[in-house]
Design a protein around this ligand. Sequence first.
Ligand code: GAR
Length: 207
Amino acid sequence: MLRTVVCVSGGGTNLQAILDAVDNGTITNTEIVAVISNNPGAKALERAANHNIPGICMSPKDYADRETFNEAFTQKMCELAPDLIVLAGFLVKIPEQMTAKFSGKIVNIHPSLIPAFCGVGYYGLKVHEEALKRGVKVTGATVHFVNEGMDEGPIIAQKAVMVEDNDTPEILQRRVMEQAEWILLPKAIDDIANNRLILKDGHVYQA
Ligand code: GAR
């Protein structure tokens, strides 16, 4: 069983897609052992509680400085000893000590076709606002391994989604979630849990 910790910040619809996929057998060999949120009000924590999964709240705001938070966060993760860490709408930068300790074991979902609309400042609705401002006709989502950079790790999978006339950021966000994110992320977890993904020399290969 792949011991998996999911990190969240908000609504947790991606977390829900993972939980549903575990329940209905789309994801196999996987146990969600904890959900970590930086936001005590995150609906994602309710979704975890509904599944009897321990929810842990750790916010940088509760620590004297970022370095103290980073150490506590990494320490907590080491205690949980996951085989995989899934960032499912987690808006806190992963500390370098964590990417080093869990190299090749952290994946993130991002709501654009990386390298478009990614990096510092591009998260959540902001990504879709910028895509619409730029007038792109196609956008999408990306699942990738996490390294010390921001949205820079090796790409696992991407899925394109059409932009439509009169889209608002909210409408586009929902379409990207429905057509791409909620499919890509559970599939990536299942592929990792069943040894179908190989990460070698910074590239991902499908077995
Ligand atoms: C999702 O669209 C996810 O791709 C995005 O935040 C949203 C979280 O929604 N993540 C990022 O922007 C990371 N850079 P959710 O809480 O309903 O899953």
